[in-house]
Design a protein around this ligand. Structure first.
Ligand SMILES: [Zn+2]
Length: 231
């Protein structure tokens, strides 16, 4: 009896006569391989993780040949598990990027809306930063430190004004009379701007719309272009 017991415990060692046994070296060759000494069986961590059904998941392989391990590595199941593993590893990165983009988009929308508000309500551009801060304290996500200065506000207004301009101009063309209002504004970069408002009739109602922001970089010459801009 004593002799028999010793034989059993030696089964995994090289001294075990003809009986094949698990080789620890395989663990270095196949990183997904796991040997359970209690069950005396080999398992595949990746197949198990991705819930594939093969003998490396349940009940565990007892075919202690390197060729059997290689065969599993090349099996359809294992290849599929590897694909799932790659996908699961890349997805978190993708979703992080998506979240960053989503946040950036939201932040930019807030900044654009604030710039539009400044223009629409005829507020001085140096209120842009405090308006952004107010939005932040109200829970808006403004991630970037960029685009928060007053000169950014004028850039936003320029972009917005292009689309407003098209909309307003089509209404102005249909109006029997048009009024012009011009206001001067200076941003923190001490860049002077002319803000152009148009009053016109739309469906019998008087409308006053912010229409365009013009940089006054070269004095009066640009002012003439305001006149030129009108239909
Ligand atoms: Zn596997």
């Amino acid at each position: 009896m004593g002799k028999r017991k010793r034989d059993d415990s030696d089964q995994n060692s090289k001294s075990a006569k003809n009986a094949r046994s698990f080789s620890q070296k395989w663990l270095q060759l196949f990183l997904w391989l796991r040997f359970d000494s209690m069950l005396n069986a080999m398992f595949c961590d990746i197949c198990q993780k991705h819930k594939l059904k093969n003998n490396f998941v349940k009940p565990g392989s007892t075919n202690f040949r390197k060729s059997a391990v290689v065969e599993h590595a090349n099996s359809n199941d294992h290849v599929q598990a590897l694909k799932l593993e790659t996908a699961s590893k890349s997805n978190p990165i993708v979703s992080v990027f998506e979240k960053v983009h989503e946040k950036t988009d939201n932040a930019m929308c807030t900044l654009f809306r604030n710039a539009y508000f400044i223009a629409k309500e005829n507020l001085p551009m140096d209120k842009f930063q405090s308006l952004n801060d107010l939005n932040k304290s109200n829970g808006a996500v403004i991630t970037s430190k960029l685009y928060q200065e007053n000169n950014a506000c004028s850039e936003f207004i320029q972009i917005i004004s292009d689309s407003i301009e098209q909309e307003v101009m089509s209404d102005v063309k249909l109006s029997p009379a048009v009024g012009i209002m011009i206001d001067e504004s200076t941003d923190l970069a001490t860049q002077k701007h002319l803000i152009l408002y148009l009053s016109y009739l739309k469906a019998g109602e008087l409308k006053i719309s912010y229409t365009k922001l013009l940089n006054l970089s070269s004095g009066n010459r640009r002012t003439f272009r305001v006149i030129k801009f009108l239909p």
